[in-house]
Design a binder for this molecule. Structure first.
Ligand SMILES: Cc1ncc(COP(=O)(O)O)c(C=O)c1O
Length: 373
């Protein structure tokens, strides 16, 4: 009998040959021997004593796991408090917590669309939004949300009654901001809803509440998703929006109904982190990002992400490895995270990076650029 999965060996060899093989590099506990400019812990809260002790205390009080889905045994008063705090902080009427940002995106997009709906998705949307669009069974048009005229024309010319515009607030690869006010105006005029993924906006943009301008945050046709795993240093995700959206998700979102609830320690950590978001921390992240971009002669960046264009993904991997050998952990994006020949190093800053660390990161990246010119 032949092994039905024997083809995996050939597929793996092909990925290896194409430079698309991936390896895990486990971190050990304790102080990080590397200078980290690859993580999404933008506010440096993942190890903050208040956040860590909130998680430990919650695990003693509620247990390590949630024990069931939200609609069965998994909802605790911690989840309710976290949802209230997230809604208040982001200026929305309500929030609903999922066990990851990925699942929040899939839940929101699939339940707010469906067959007979048009979705316009930004060409730089995160993989979770792309997968959500695929699962939605809606007609999906992909375009850049910066092409406002084209977006307006597609919305105006649609046959579908319902439409949803989907975008990251700040794109995960290059940290570029979407024109959210204009998008909301166009969507409203054309009877479409707007769904904005604030994964890289929360804790970083404006005063920390995300990139959405305050004047539209409470609008009923705006839905935002956030992750608890980046600025909040925890794990999990949430949809924030109107109470009507929340009710709809509770009744219909498969990634909410058929998934074990966010664990109590993660909920408590996110809740503690929310209380620690302060304007000074937010300003520090953006200052660090601008400083790093300037040292690398790159355009100023909107949020915490500094993209170093490389092109060829073999070269990007070699540069990443050189940075690691010199003690600096950088992100490396290659297909399928980016298009072919658009590989890049992705540097992410944290509020607690010092000037000396930022200069060292820039020096090491420049060395890698020279070595692999
Ligand atoms: C833009 C964006 N949306 C959603 C996610 C998914 O969030 P989570 O890691 O909480 O699943 C991520 C990152 O992982 C992201 O970068």
């Amino acid at each position: 009998v032949s092994d039905a999965l024997a083809w995996l060996t050939a597929a793996s060899a092909e990925r290896e040959h194409d430079g698309l093989h991936r390896e895990l590099a486990p971190r050990h506990g304790g102080p990080d021997p590397m200078l980290d400019v690859a993580s999404n812990d933008y506010l440096g809260l993942a190890r903050h004593p208040h956040v860590v002790s909130a998680a430990a205390a919650a695990s003693r009080v509620y247990g390590a796991g949630a024990t069931g889905s939200r609609l069965v045994s998994g909802s605790t008063d911690l989840h309710a408090r976290l949802e209230d705090a997230l809604a208040l902080f982001t200026g929305a009427e309500s929030a609903l917590v999922f066990s990851s940002g990925y699942l929040a995106n899939v839940g929101a997009v699939t339940t707010l669309s469906g067959p007979g709906t048009l979705i316009i998705s930004d060409s730089s949307s995160h993989a979770s939004l792309i997968d959500a669009c695929r699962l939605s069974r809606a007609r999906v048009v992909v375009l850049s949300v910066h092409e406002l005229g084209a977006l307006d024309a597609v919305l105006a010319g649609r046959d579908e009654e319902r439409a949803l515009v989907v975008t990251d607030a700040v794109t995960s690869v290059d940290g570029q901001s979407a024109p959210l006010l204009e998008l909301h105006q166009i969507a409203r005029r054309r009877g479409a809803a707007l769904l904005v993924d604030e994964a890289h906006g929360l804790g970083v943009m404006r005063e920390g509440a995300g990139a959405c301008p305050p004047e539209i945050r409470g609008e009923p046709d705006l839905v935002r998703t956030v992750t608890l795993s980046k600025s909040l240093g925890s794990q999990g995700g949430s949809v924030v929006g109107s109470a009507a959206v929340r009710n709809h998700l509770i009744d219909t979102a498969r990634t909410f109904i058929f998934d074990t609830a966010l664990s109590p320690p993660a909920a408590a950590a996110a809740l503690a982190a929310l209380q620690l978001i302060a304007p000074s921390r937010v300003a520090s992240v953006r200052r660090a990002a601008r400083q790093l971009a300037a040292l690398l002669d790159l355009e100023p960046t909107d949020g915490a992400i500094v993209r170093v264009p490389v092109g060829d993904h073999h070269r990007a991997v070699a540069m990443r490895d050189t940075c690691a050998a010199l003690g600096v952990r950088v992100g490396c994006f290659r297909p399928p995270a980016v298009h072919a020949d658009e590989a890049c190093l992705r540097l992410t800053v944290r509020a607690d990076l010092t000037d000396v660390e930022i200069r060292r990161a820039a020096r090491v990246v420049r060395t890698a650029q020279r070595v692999h010119a």
